[in-house]
Design a protein around this ligand. Structure first.
Ligand SMILES: NC(=O)c1ccc[n+]([C@@H]2O[C@H](COP(=O)([O-])OP(=O)(O)OC[C@H]3O[C@@H](n4cnc5c(N)ncnc54)[C@H](OP(=O)(O)O)[C@@H]3O)[C@@H](O)[C@H]2O)c1
Length: 233
């Protein structure tokens, strides 16, 4: 992989993933988050020779932003061969209290935005590209479920199924699509949603696993939803 795009670069796993990829041989890493500021952790990355970081602030739920992002890639002569749909939004609320607006927002961030981003970037992606969707153990059929995570888990389940379908649809173009269904990781998202819970995995640990998978997983997997969890059976 030479030019990798990572959504959700502002914090948690995405921020550590950008850093890891810069240190591990990616040529360019483009991190997307709504915030304009480049996270200090990424600035502090010990970049491999020639590795460059671009920070692209945008709201991934706005289609106009996605179109502008594609134009920016073209103008910058960046040919994306890796895309990590990592940005996400968690909502923990009793099913009957979730408003239509909240449900829409979670579906937009966790499902429709990756859908649109993949669709828009595909024409730019060469053979051998790898799309990695970050889903959740809660979105895996038959896994242990958590009360209050109905719309969040359903949105991740939708992204997992999209992964399987796209792998089939894009296989003639030699573009591989996989998903990592993560268990608990100690990030701001988890801390906000489950205060006091201590996850067994740190963001940088999950970022290393994810980064290695982005760089090499497409040689061995296509259309797979891999469960990455020590906590959830
Ligand atoms: N942590 C866990 O235990 C866990 C478990 C299973 C799966 N996951 C998944 O792992 C991924 C990363 O989560 P995390 O725990 O690292 O969360 P996090 O620390 O909250 O990071 C989420 C990132 O998503 C970005 N984001 C959210 N809405 C956005 C939008 N509309 N446009 C652009 N960027 C947006 C945020 O950036 P800005 O606010 O700067 O825009 C932030 O950088 C998510 O998909 C999550 O569902 C996490």
């Amino acid at each position: 992989m030479a030019n990798i795009i990572v959504t959700g670069a502002g914090s948690g796993i995405g921020r550590e993933l950008c850093r890891y990829l810069l240190e591990s041989g990616a040529h360019t890493v483009t991190g997307i988050s709504r915030s304009r500021a480049v996270p200090a952790e990424i600035q502090a990355a010990v970049c491999a020779e020639g590795a460059v970081y671009h920070h692209y602030p945008m709201d991934i739920t706005r289609y106009s932003d996605i179109r502008a992002f594609r134009e920016w890639l073209v103008a910058s002569h960046i040919v994306p061969d890796g895309l990590v749909n990592n940005a996400g939004m968690m909502l923990r609320r009793p099913f009957e209290e979730i408003t239509p607006k909240e449900a829409e927002e979670v579906l937009q961030v966790n499902f429709l935005a990756p859908f649109m981003l993949i669709q828009d970037l595909l024409p730019l992606m060469p053979r051998g590209s790898h799309v990695v969707n970050i889903t959740s153990m809660g979105g895996v059929n038959g896994s242990v479920k958590f009360s209050g995570l109905s719309i969040y888990s359903a949105s991740k389940g939708a992204l997992s199924v999209l992964t399987e379908v796209l792998a089939e649809e894009l296989k003639e173009r030699d573009i591989r699509v996989n998903a990592l269904a993560l268990g608990a990781v100690q990030t701001p998202m988890l801390e906000k949603t489950f205060p006091g819970y201590q996850a067994p995995v740190l963001p940088r640990e999950m970022a290393k696993y994810t980064g290695d998978f982005v760089l090499t997983g497409h040689r061995f997997f296509n259309g797979k939803v891999l469960q990455v969890a020590v906590t959830t059976p």
